[in-house]
Design a protein around this ligand. Structure first.
Ligand SMILES: [Zn+2]
Length: 233
């Protein structure tokens, strides 16, 4: 086999490995992005629970305020009634009013109690959700750490291969290297073995002349169909 072909095969092997590592790098990067998205989603769900609790607490404060105000008005009506310096008709009206406000306040107090219960349950739910988030986030962070070290390792390997490729390419005749580079833009495998009279790249039959030239080691011979550089195993 021609020395040039051997060099090109080695170059192709390195390029193949770089391409595989590049794909691995992309998949690790995508995995990391998915894990980060999951952390964001889980955080958002806890934040929404925090928001719900804050809303309930606000509602409860308003409800209690309303109860206090109503209680205050009932006292005032009662006070006016007790002083008795109003007409019988007014007294009747006040009594009816007090009665209806008492019904209202009692309903509001029930609602306030229900709200307190709901707040209590939501607080417990939140404590549990925050604890679960902490645990889950620690797991996801550990996974992200593992991926990050995988990324670093892969980056290192790629850098090493690129340096190796540069050294190797430096020793290849420039016009042959340039033929290879042009083909490499089009094919992952710019070199193809001749297998039973066909090009292993495009699977088409080669002419006898091409095969003879490749076998005779008459310089770099290309496939007449796909232009891949041919070699005999
Ligand atoms: Zn071919």
């Amino acid at each position: 086999m021609l020395a040039e072909i051997k060099q090109l095969l080695e170059l192709q092997r390195i390029d193949d490995e770089i391409a595989d590592l590049g794909a691995h790098l992309a998949s690790l990067t995508a995995q990391r992005a998915r894990l980060e998205e999951r952390i964001d989603a889980e955080r958002a769900s806890v934040e929404s629970l925090q928001g719900r609790l804050a809303g309930l607490e606000r509602e409860s404060r308003l409800k209690n305020l309303e109860v206090d105000e109503l209680d205050e008005s009932i006292r005032e009506y009662q006070h006016r009634l007790d002083k008795g310096i109003i007409s019988f008709k007014e007294m009747e009206d006040l009594r009816a009013k007090i009665e209806s406000e008492r019904v209202r306040i009692s309903r509001m107090e029930d609602e306030a109690l229900e709200l307190m219960d709901l707040i209590e349950r939501t607080r417990e739910e939140l404590v549990e959700a925050e604890r679960a988030l902490e645990e889950r986030e620690a797991q996801l962070r550990a996974e992200i750490e593992r991926i990050a070290s995988g990324l670093e390792e892969t980056d290192g390997k790629i850098a090493g291969l690129k340096a190796e490729r540069e050294r190797l390419a430096g020793g290849i005749t420039p016009y042959i290297l340039s033929q290879y580079e042009t083909l490499h833009k089009k094919y992952r495998d710019p070199l193809a073995a001749i297998v039973q009279g066909t090009c292993s790249g495009c699977k088409l039959r080669l002419s006898g002349n091409t095969i003879e030239r490749a076998k005779g080691g008459m310089g770099v011979v290309q496939c007449e169909h796909c232009s891949r550089i041919l070699y005999v195993d």
